[in-house]
Design a protein around this ligand. Sequence first.
Ligand code: ADP
Ligand code: MG
Ligand code: MG
Length: 915
Amino acid sequence: MATMTKKKPSAKPAKSAKPSALAKPGRNGSALKAKSTKRVYFFGNGKAEGNAGMKDLLGGKGANLADMTLVPLPVPSGFTITTETCGEYNDAGQKLPAALMDEVRANIARVEKATGKTFGDATNPLLVAARSGAKMSMPGMMDTVLNIGLNDAVVEGLAKLTGNERFAYDSYRRLINMFGDTVMGVDHEHFEHELSDVKNTKGVKLDTELSTEDLKEVVERYKKVFQNHVGEGFPQDPYTQLERAIEAVFKSWMGDRAIKYRELNEIRGLRGTAVNVQSMVFGNMGDDSATGVAFTRNPATGENKFYGEFLVNAQGEDVVAGIRTPLKCEEEMAKWSRKAWRELLHVKDVLEARYKDVQDFEFTIEKGTLYMLQTRNGKRATAAAVKIAVDMAKEGLIDEKTAVLRIDPGSLDQLLHPTFNPNAAKTVIAKGLNASPGAAVGKIAFTAEEAEQRVADGEKIILVRRETEPADIGGMAVAEGILTSTGGNTSHAAVVARGMGTPCVAGAGDVHIDARTKVMTVNGKTYGIDDWISLDGGTGEVYEGQVQTQVSTQSPAYRKIMEWADKYRTLKVRTNADTPHDAQVARDFGAEGIGLTRTEHMFFDPERIHHMREMILASDTEARKAALVKLLPYQRDDFFGIFKAMKGLPVTIRLLDPPLHEFLPHHEKEQAELATSLGLSLEQVKRRVEQLHESNPMLGHRGDRLAVTYPEILEMQVRAIIEAAVECKKQRIAVLPEIMIPLAGTKAELDYLKKITLQTAEAVFAEKKTRVDYLYGTMIEVPRAAITADELAQTAEFFSFGTNDLTQMTFGYSRDDAGVFLPEYIKKEILERDPFQSLDIGGVGKLVSMAVKLGRQTRPDLKCGICGEHGGDPRSVEFCHSVGLNYVSCSPFRVPIARLAAAHAAIKEGKKGKK
Ligand code: ADP
Ligand code: MG
Ligand code: MG
């Protein structure tokens, strides 16, 4: 049946191979190819055409296979078809380049030479794996097909050659299943059904318990399944198998799952996936063979200890598929094979010395011989990443700057996540693996779709699955936590959750999940979609109900990495805080001042809002002043508390900003109450509310326009600030107030308000018989302010870029309405990202950089900073560094992120400078 015509490989097949000489007869196109593009890169026997630097062209897996070959580590020989070829394939409307298979045949010949085996030959067969591999590791693409090259004749030859008939048929049934499923799209369930049936008939539980005869039976049944669903027999020609597998890998690049994954992870600009064709080694050759996956250090805790799992007499994805429970290398491998364990420990050191980072690698042991099948930088939880970076710097593997650069600033979010209060009452209902740290509390959702829906409706969700798969990614992204009942620490759920920073407990065996009826059963107790559970990804425990959480504590490694970050950064980091409490939290996170105190938030307290409304409804200046006098002590106390918490660090206070109608009640019932308490008629209140109504409040009577029309408001606020500062001075607390005018667009506005500010401050100084230093400055929020910054700087002593409003006004996008159309802009790639989250460097950024330059032309020591959401966005922080701002200001929990991002900016700039 095997109709392969054997070809003698030429001695030097690679580049010089004449396509026509090796081409299949009758194949068109190859002869037309004038100059050949190199599409295939060989590796084997210590030599490789690729290396670790070629991830763009060879994909991550291919580049590292080549590189490990060069080390040399024992890598089964093979070759990589470039990502560019995948691009060509898709450009041509999903057609393989004509000459590709010729190059593949030439390289198969090289593999044959390296292994001494022949592809398709029944007496000494070469079998290969076809493995996808893009630049970034990417679940969602085609699964690996192992054992390509087997057919009815070869399987018998393999049995004879190895003296292991069972192994041969085990490999064959796996090929038919994998090829049928991943290449031809036959649902895996159909094969699984036959396998279970045979197991049931034989009364066994595990695949490994099946006899040779049983496996032959499985093969026959699989072939029928294949025939029935594909409409033709399982292809017997090895090259047909290989070509179809290669094409299927390319095709999967544009599959829905892969596209969705790239979208979610913002992976753009790649040409495609590579295909790695590699000679097989066998972990399923018997009890002296095994397959496994491992990390060179613990990816959950960062501990410098080998961390892996393996299965004896198994192949491929058995370890991660959760069919059998894998063994822990650290505990079991030495008992199984002392030699293998010693070799793996050696591999750990070799890999880390070469790649200077934690490696996540795959290996197979064939009859006692170790082979490396893959290595890549290991995904790790942030706490682990921090510990690993610090440890590696201390071990001398990397330097401090590299250690700092290793931590993604955005990921620090995870560390600042809450943990469970150790004193809270907890009822443990199940225990699984501590797959990804953190405390999570939510209601149960059984499918990813359901999770997405319910989170959109405002619920907090724990996604509960037997095992997750790439299609679940959307639900995993929105879940508070993830719980699975099968799978190990390297299962899909565990790996993805760690990457996302989502708490995860994996493989909790006591948990039985019926996604169809939406019932989770644990030791006889049932839980449904309305039940809360809590899980601790750091311990693997699952609790009933909502367990109380608390903010996390800072580890020594975290403190060290932040110490290094502070050493290298030049940009200061302040916080946005409106209360002494927030100010204190931010101080603990390392804030070096307050960049924005929003005074309006101080007026919403029930007691205060009343006086505020009285002020707004006042019919004349005298009445307004009388109401303001009542607000003064509240403001003064707030400012005093904040100054005290900041102990002499600069505190920027923004004077009243929002339109006044925001403070007034809009329902008649409340309006009536207000009227009674102020001795007014309901009509009077209603009229005033109506008067204050504006068509475009955000462009209306707000910001410094309020102070221009009602200077007494500014007077009260300035008086409160200065009185609080004077009080601090009297109590020997250092203070540095910065009075900030919002929304100014002209120098004249600033001049007018500065005069009143100075008069007010001087009056306080005279009353109190002492002085304090303070600054007078402005926010830059309207484009005109940025454009005339040289003029504004004559009056303003500092600038703070209010990039929320500046973005709104530069684009002309209403912040409150942009939600309607912005997502569509992002999806259609008209905007690369949401400009309200990440500063629009090309437009808004240009205004910022211009204003800084103009401002400093007038006032060389002009202090410039940024407040607004962008201050905590790592990308925006790097930009702020590059245009020479003095500081960024962000919410308290983002302060560490900004500190680290500022360090990244400084270190990267230093590196560029050296070149
Ligand atoms: P993934 O990208 O999903 O990890 P891989 O291409 O790494 O897919 O393959 C998955 C598994 O298949 C590997 O972990 C390994 O166990 C097995 N495998 C891949 N290539 C070979 C090979 N040449 N010989 C033996 N097993 C292999
Ligand atoms: Mg896979
Ligand atoms: Mg792999």
